[in-house]
Design a protein around this ligand. Structure first.
Ligand code: ISL
Ligand code: CA
Length: 558
């Protein structure tokens, strides 16, 4: 397999609004990030993915961009941005920016022009349609509840918005729009950034004629008509020829609804499209047929099946990204581990479980502290547009039970990931001297950066060790994955194989002690314990066949 720096890297994601406030206005900013670069660098990460910092009215916290070439006032200035780039580069870190080009803000000047008249030169930058029999052009719902269409009086037509009505979808069929996007990308790359994380990039090509689903006229999820649409590969290959291939850079495409067959094209090893994509399949194992808010308990067997499928199907064909949480997902320790008694050990186990797979690992800010989900009493305390729209639709418009909906928000809401980073035991967790834009998780006195930095056995230092191992052992990056103990109800174990080496990764996903059935085909006399989350494991041997609650161990066989 070809070696590439982006396969060997570890990425740290920053959601700037919640990271660190430098001026007391309660909103994280670029200067705040700069003040914490050493903290990130010391983890050993190579790349920072920065969620959007562009000019934005913040309907969706910066994922609604009104000017791609300037910086949001709350976050700072273009000078701050240039300083961030050079401070990162001087520390040997690379910067991956967020590219949000499935849609823009309705306050972008392209859209303000576009809505003026049907013959405006910018009209075709967006997707406009006349209504059908007094209704929307089709029955699609948006990701953020309600119709995906908004009526505009000015020209008596509707525009498409797969997300909020302040996020009109850009029309990728228009070659002028595509060229504008490519030029903007080059402008940032020429400034010195090192890559792009591409927001919902697999939604950019919509099916011809924008048909309603079979459920029509009732509103319905129209994903089949815009996820992995007819010309998406054509556009990405064009983007690759025009932009990506001209730079030594890294790309990851966020791709809800992409299968491993789709991924084999998007992230093919020939490099004609992207380096890797973010899959959502493992994020769906705790959703019922009703979608995200139809919460159900997840099963280890489902996690094994999904993760293994991506490992096997992409092997030698494409490259995986590895993540268990981000700014849109609940905190991983609350979702897949145990955020009470076993918070620290289970956070370390999950980290090991993920980082030892084949792919590029992503750490979401606060993960290295073992930050947890949050429960606000009042719906008013939630800031996320997805949560607010869903609550309004379900409880206020459809009379669903308030408590039940709040419970689903506690488990799945995006604001779980967006509470301010807990830096210290100071007021507001040291995030701001003012009033934070969203409430701080009340557990900050116990869970914070000050604490992990002063405890050599902390989650932070465990990540440092994990990342260091990745730099030492090629097998961790390139080894082939194989699932073992497939039917075990508590243990998720797998091997990696590279040249004549083998890695054995054992994870107990339960809060009970479990007997470890040792695989007979491995010669344990030659095994070396590379990392584990219980001190005792180092004193004993693999023959000590009991695994403690959430225990993880990684053995190397030579
Ligand atoms: O957050 C989700 C789970 O409910 C997803 O549906 C999410 O909206 C989807 O993955 C797209 O996410 C990306 O684009 C959105 C933005 O709100 C998210 O923050 C971003 O990651 C629109 O730009
Ligand atoms: Ca600020």
């Amino acid at each position: 397999m070809e070696k590439n720096w982006w396969k060997e890297s570890v990425v740290y994601q920053i959601y700037p609004r919640s990271f660190k406030d430098s001026n007391g206005d309660g909103i994280g900013d670029i200067k705040g990030i700069i003040s914490k670069l050493d903290y990130i660098k010391n983890l050993g990460v190579d790349v920072i993915w920065l969620s959007p910092v562009y000019k934005s009215p913040n309907d969706d916290n910066g994922y609604d961009i009104s000017d791609y070439k300037s910086i949001m006032d709350e976050f700072g200035t273009m000078e701050d941005m240039d300083e961030l780039i050079s401070e990162m580069h001087s520390r040997g870190m690379k910067l991956m920016m967020d590219l949000v080009v499935n849609h823009s803000s309705d306050e972008h000047h392209w859209f303000m022009e576009s809505r003026k008249s049907k013959d405006n030169p910018y009209r075709d930058y967006y997707i406009w349609k006349p209504g059908k029999d007094g209704n929307e052009p089709n029955n699609w719902t948006s990701f953020f509840s309600g119709s995906a269409w908004q009526y505009d009086e000015e020209t008596d037509e509707y525009y498409l918005h797969l997300f909020s009505k302040k996020q009109p979808d850009l029309n990728w069929e228009n070659p002028r729009l595509r060229k504008e996007v490519y030029d903007m990308m080059k402008w940032w790359l020429d400034k010195g950034i090192d890559g792009f994380r591409m927001d919902v990039i697999n939604l950019i090509s919509k099916a011809d004629g924008l048909p309603s689903t079979s459920k029509g006229p009732a509103y319905d999820w129209g994903g089949e008509f815009f996820m992995n649409g007819p010309r998406v590969h054509q556009y990405l290959q064009e983007m690759n020829r025009e932009v990506l291939s001209k730079y030594d850079m890294m790309t990851v495409g966020e791709s809800p609804g992409a299968s491993t067959e789709d991924a084999a094209k998007y992230a093919n090893l020939d490099g004609t499209e992207l380096n890797m994509i973010f899959t959502f399949e493992h994020m769906d194992i705790d959703s019922g047929p009703g979608g995200k808010w139809d919460v159900k308990a997840w099963e280890l067997s489902d996690l094994k099946e999904v993760m293994s499928k991506w490992q096997y199907d992409l092997h030698d064909k494409a490259w995986n990204s590895l993540y268990l949480n981000n700014h849109d997902q609940p905190r991983m320790v609350s979702r897949f581990g145990n955020d009470k008694e076993y918070r620290v050990v289970s956070a370390k186990m999950l980290a090991t479980f993920l980082h030892m797979m084949q792919g590029t690992p992503y750490i979401y800010q606060g993960e290295e502290l073992g930050m947890t989900n949050v429960q606000f009493d009042s719906i008013e305390d939630y800031k996320d547009i997805e949560i607010q729209n869903m609550y309004r639709e379900k409880v206020i418009e459809n009379g669903e039970d308030h408590d039940k909906v709040m419970e689903s928000i506690y488990i799945k809401g995006r604001d779980n990931a967006r509470t301010p980073i807990q830096w210290s035991t100071d007021e507001n967790a040291g995030f701001t001297t003012g009033t934070p834009w969203i409430k701080v998780n009340p557990n900050y006195k116990e869970i914070n950066a000050e604490q992990v930095l002063s405890d050599s056995d902390s989650i932070y230092y465990y990540y440092q060790k994990l990342i260091k191992l990745r730099k030492e052992y090629e097998i961790i990056v390139y080894g082939k994955y194989d699932l073992i103990l497939e039917d075990h109800p508590q243990i998720y174990a797998y091997t990696r194989t590279w040249k004549d080496e083998k890695l054995l990764v054992i994870n107990n996903f339960s809060s009970e002690e479990v007997i470890l059935p040792l695989p007979a085909n491995l010669d344990f006399h030659t095994a070396e314990l590379l990392i584990g989350n219980y001190e005792e494991a180092y004193a004993t041997s693999l023959y000590d066949e009991k695994l403690k609650p959430f225990e993880t161990r990684v053995y190397l066989f030579k």
